[in-house]
Design a protein. Sequence first.
Length: 116
Amino acid sequence: MNKTIILLILSTVLVFSCSKEKNQKTTGDIQIQSLTATLNQVEAWDTTLITMEATGSNLQYAWEANHGDFNGSGKTVKYAAGECCVGLNTIKCRVFNDTGEASDTIMIRVTTHYHH
């Protein structure tokens, strides 16, 4: 077998084996359009609105964060984090229905709250 074909086969296997680790943006009838925040950087205790835009039937949303809290549910939530969460935080939204699920992540930087 020629080396190019072997490399192509190996790289294809690697792509498929790694794809489960990445965010899955399309599955079943679900298609993620975007995951955005009104502010990608906030001071501790301030809030930002995070919105998942996706298409599909009977969508449900599940939100996770490595630090901080959510207020609300559905496609838009309010995110806030305290002083203990200063740094770059990962927010994940899973969109699911009876045809499958898809997810995406966004990074929000939380900075120290300065007293004036």
